[in-house]
Design a protein around this ligand. Structure first.
Ligand SMILES: [Zn+2]
Length: 199
């Protein structure tokens, strides 16, 4: 999947997972950490978004393990589990990053390239739904975001913001604005001019 899709899926996965960690679903910092976690596995690809920014490291990881190698394997999943279990990092930081990381693996699983979950052994696991960069990818991502949003108990109601922008699909259910007072009649200047005066 594209980097933007992984960012969106990381944040969406955190929205759904946060209540299970006793954290609010829409906290901006946690959402940002989840989005970052959603990019981390591609540190094994020097031309990926995160790989370009961690260039010496990504060159090394790609050279030793290859793309979709150890960072996309069950070993990485176990590493995520260990990070959460042993509180090596405070949970409020570790949990969003780990959830974002796992969302990346789930996203790659939906592409034909799949994952080498049993790395270093051969064998690819895939549930091919969309090709990376295809027109279908944003649709799949949007559906997953909508599904994640639906699980958020205290999600904001977008209707108020949309109505401010002029979109309104339940106008008849809304109270009507107060009626304007009638305008005073315009004074007819012609009647006051000497030419307009009669009688
Ligand atoms: Zn990947």
């Amino acid at each position: 999947m594209m980097a933007g899709s992984h960012v969106a899926l990381g944040a969406a996965a955190w929205m759904a997972a946060a209540p299970h960690f006793g954290q609010p679903a829409l906290a901006p910092l946690a959402l940002g950490l989840a989005a970052l976690g959603g990019l981390l596995p591609d540190v094994d690809h020097p031309k990926s978004w995160v790989g370009k920014r961690l260039r010496p490291v990504s060159d090394l990881v790609a050279g030793v393990f290859g793309h979709r190698g150890i960072t996309h394997s069950l070993l990485a999943v176990v590493g995520c589990w260990w990070l959460l279990r042993h509180h090596a990092v405070p949970a409020e930081f570790a949990a969003p990053v780990v959830v974002g990381y796992l969302s990346h693996l789930a996203g790659d699983l939906l592409t034909p390239g799949g994952l080498r979950l049993s790395w270093p052994f051969k064998g690819t696991w895939a549930l091919p739904v969309c090709r990376t960069g295809s027109a279908f990818e944003p649709l799949v991502v949007a559906l997953l975001i909508a599904a994640a949003l639906a699980t958020v108990p205290d999600r904001p109601d977008p209707r108020a913001a949309l109505e401010k922008l002029g979109f309104c699909w339940q106008c008849e259910a809304l109270p009507l604005p107060p009626a304007r007072p009638p305008r005073p009649p315009k004074r007819n200047l012609a009647d006051q001019s000497p030419r307009g005066a009669r009688g």
